[in-house]
Design a binder for this molecule. Sequence first.
Ligand code: PMV
Length: 351
Amino acid sequence: MSSTYTASITAPVNIATLKYWGKRDTSLNLPTNSSISVTLDQADLKTTTSAMASADFTKDRLWLNGEEDLQLSQSKRLTQVLSSLKEKRRLREAKDESLEKISSWFVHIVSVNNFPTAAGLASSAAGFAALVVCIAKLFELDDDMTELSKIARQGSGSACRSLFGGFVAWEMGSLADGSDSKAVEVCPLNHWPEMKACVLVACADKKDVSSTSGMQLTVKTSDLFQKRIDEVVPERFEQMKKSIHDKNFALFAELTMKDSNSFHATCLDSYPPIFYMNDTSKKIVKLVHLINAFYNETIVAYTFDAGPNAVLYYLEQNELKLMSFIYAMFKDLNGWETKYSTEELNKFISN
Ligand code: PMV
């Protein structure tokens, strides 16, 4: 048996606080607007990917959550990502004679998510980020994360942001070849370590309109969309980066909620309309505004991706204040578990 190469890594989910919605180039995944996200703690939502290259393999193969993806060769995005990485390795081999010529070998990839796949919890972001970083490690590439983000972007746009921890921007760029459409760090997580996220799973089913087809329907049919990309998002992009730099939670939260609402409004304004949020999602929106009004301070923000599940952002010092409300609302659901005692949870809303 000839030699094999292996690599294994984990990649976290990122949830956009300023949403990417719309492609100006569908094959290169170039967006119609820049976006910002927060990369969630790896302990909670993550993809673990392992890869092996061997001269004995006869084709590229991928197993996702224990099942082989038999359509791999038909997935344009996956094959595009794999061939870009193989090409980078081939260029290294051409420069360095001592390197084994593994760029022509096939790879086997095993990828597992520890959370529902395709339910609007950014599984494709973590998945493609993990794939790119894992294969880059396997091929011993020396590209930095921004450079690799351009490849991850071609798999799934939002994946480019999962290559960084903390607060991340995807700069849309303006070049036709996509070479300036890349992820950059806004601030590392330790700049604002008090920032926490809580995911409320309203429904773990797979979404019925994929983000790719949903966003292109919006681009083609929504009247609100043009204003969003020309005026609303460019201004919000700068304001949101500043709110992160200044650790201004109230502003960050307001921009995050407004942007989630604006994105879902363009979905509703598409024809036929797209509904990602359900009745539970709408109750969560009301609850968050009620909580902020109750405390007379913005302590929590919601955001919804292309699905009904909410991600709430808050500062650690306000966790109990927030959890008191979540507890009051959802304590009768199965599987309720919390690190707080019932007395603690009742402290704020019973008096
Ligand atoms: O990266 P995609 O194609 O799965 O699209 C992601 C779109 C949103 O999650 C709704 C927004 C975003 O910026 O992540």
